[in-house]
Design a protein around this ligand. Structure first.
Ligand SMILES: [Zn+2]
Length: 118
């Protein structure tokens, strides 16, 4: 299950991105976004995260996963569109030289700490 490795990476990045003066403040939610072609199964990722987070400084934190559609751009007619299935042909001009703008990535968008507004 490669989601475990990803969960551990998310925890590492989350830990190191918390500023020094906020260390020790419990983390409530880690928001991530995964592209539909990133080969990550959101359900198993949150399952692994829940296990991996135990006994770390992020214990109790929740993982919020947002699935991002795959966005493509045709390099001939510059049409931009999104897909759910991997079909790499321009829907307008049927050109096959396509640039993938998004849909493969896994990004940490934000980390919510348990505290009132600063
Ligand atoms: Zn096109």
């Amino acid at each position: 299950m490669h989601e475990m490795g990803i969960a551990l990476q998310i925890i590492d990045i989350a830990k190191s991105s918390i500023p020094e003066n906020l260390k020790g403040v419990p983390v409530e939610t880690v928001h991530v976004q995964v592209g539909k072609l990133s080969a990550v199964v959101p359900r198993s990722l949150s399952f692994c995260f829940d296990i991996a987070v135990k006994e770390t400084s992020l214990e109790g934190a929740k993982l919020d996963i947002k699935e991002m559609p795959v966005t493509l751009k045709c390099s001939k007619c510059e049409n931009i569109w999104t897909i759910d299935t991997p079909i790499f042909e321009c829907e307008k001009c049927h050109h096959t030289k396509i640039e993938m703008l998004s849909g493969r990535e896994l990004d940490i968008i934000s980390i919510e700490l348990a505290q009132d507004d600063p």
